[in-house]
Design a protein around this ligand. Structure first.
Ligand SMILES: NC(=O)c1ccc[n+]([C@@H]2O[C@H](COP(=O)([O-])OP(=O)(O)OC[C@H]3O[C@@H](n4cnc5c(N)ncnc54)[C@H](OP(=O)(O)O)[C@@H]3O)[C@@H](O)[C@H]2O)c1
Length: 333
């Protein structure tokens, strides 16, 4: 593996900090690491591999000596600075939604479509966190049984919204326990002790942008533009780990045992499926882990060739930081 000069844009954020952990834990071949964030972080230092590295303020000249720029500072920052970084010669791996559906930009999950990296033109997009864990499980099943239709409902952790939402859930939980009225800042309603069937903004078709991201991104990554797929995305008062209830229908006959066998050998997937021993994936067990966990694999008796599944993964890790670093590894390999 060659060594690369890497910049992390949004290094002080939830995904950025997880990226630093993942780069260190996977012993990524770095010749230099630049940490970039906003003016607010001027003077801050972050620990990496036993060293304190300064956080620099993102600017137009941040990318002159960078091979790979890992962006996780939101879509507007990506729209402004990713083209600048690419023009300066860096390959951008972008965690935001800014470029995911552009035909010139590969949308990559290394367990599914690593080959798509080859046609990048300076920017590679990292999919939405809930899409990544969905396709990591659906793709191996598709290879064996041919996907026909997918119905997915998500249960998404507040860390998916960023630092401010994590603070909001902590604060509201404290306020409710103290008998106070919770203050609502990040979401339109209280999230502590509640469930919101609303992630991102609503569109004219009645779906949210998050739901349409899942639909469109899954089709692009799996390479099935005609796939019948529909989503409902829900925010739940969990700190880390998105869960998904998935109904998947196939063209070929499939039994739960066949699916379990396929998924047991699938890259990045771990099967946790022994319901009579109370074994199934849960967010509290998946935090800080690299796998996408799947369980509750059972036949859908209401129709032909269909299964119900329960999928859980760490949204900051496989849903963001890990997937981006895996793409960076493919780039240097
Ligand atoms: N959270 C997830 O599960 C997840 C998963 C996949 C992808 N993503 C995507 O990753 C991105 C970041 O998410 P997050 O959860 O890490 O958010 P976050 O915790 O709120 O962190 C935001 C980061 O962006 C930086 N930033 C904000 N404005 C900036 C500016 N004007 N110039 C430079 N840096 C700026 C912040 O720097 P300061 O500290 O200086 O403010 C911070 O480092 C988003 O696009 C999100 O959609 C998130």
């Amino acid at each position: 593996m060659k060594e690369a000069r890497v910049a992390v844009v949004g290094a002080t954020g939830l995904v950025g900090r997880e990226m630093l952990k993942v780069l260190e834990q996977r012993n990524f071949p770095l010749s230099n690491l630049d940490l970039l964030a906003s003016e607010r972080s001027r003077g801050k230092k972050l620990e990496f591999a036993g060293e304190e590295l300064p956080v620099k303020v993102l600017g137009e000249n941040s990318f002159s000596n960078i091979d790979i720029a890992l962006f996780s500072a939101g879509a507007s920052i990506s729209r402004e600075f990713a083209p600048i970084a690419a023009k300066a010669g860096a390959v951008v791996v972008d965690n935001s939604s800014a470029f995911r559906m552009e035909s010139e930009v590969p949308l990559v999950v290394p367990e599914v479509n690593p080959g798509d990296i080859s046609w990048h033109k300076g920017i590679i997009a990292n999919p939405n966190c809930s899409t990544i864990q969905l396709v990591v499980v659906l793709y191996p099943l598709h290879q064996h049984f041919a996907l026909e239709r997918v119905v997915v409902t998500t249960f998404q952790a507040v860390s998916g919204t960023g630092r401010a939402a994590v603070e909001e859930l902590k604060r509201q939980t404290r306020e409710v326990n103290e008998g106070k009225t919770p203050t609502v800042e990040v979401y339109p309603h209280q999230i502590a002790f509640n469930v919101l069937p609303h992630i991102d903004t609503f569109l004219d078709n009645g779906y949210t942008r998050e739901e349409m991201k899942m639909v469109n991104e899954a089709k692009k990554i799996i390479g099935l533009p005609e796939l019948a797929i529909t989503a409902t995305t829900v925010r739940v008062p969990v700190f880390v780990g998105h869960s998904e209830s998935v109904n998947a229908q196939f063209k070929k006959p499939v039994e739960p045992d066949d699916a379990q066998e396929v998924l047991s050998g699938a890259p990045g997937v771990e099967v946790l499926d022994d319901p009579f021993s109370n074994i199934y994936p849960m967010p509290i067990d998946c935090a800080s882990k690299d796998y996408t966990y799947v369980g509750r694999i059972r036949k859908d008796f209401s129709t032909q060739n269909a299964l119900n599944l329960w999928i859980v993964s760490d949204n900051l890790r496989k849903g963001g930081a890990l997937n981006a670093v895996q793409i960076a590894e493919l780039l240097v390999d």
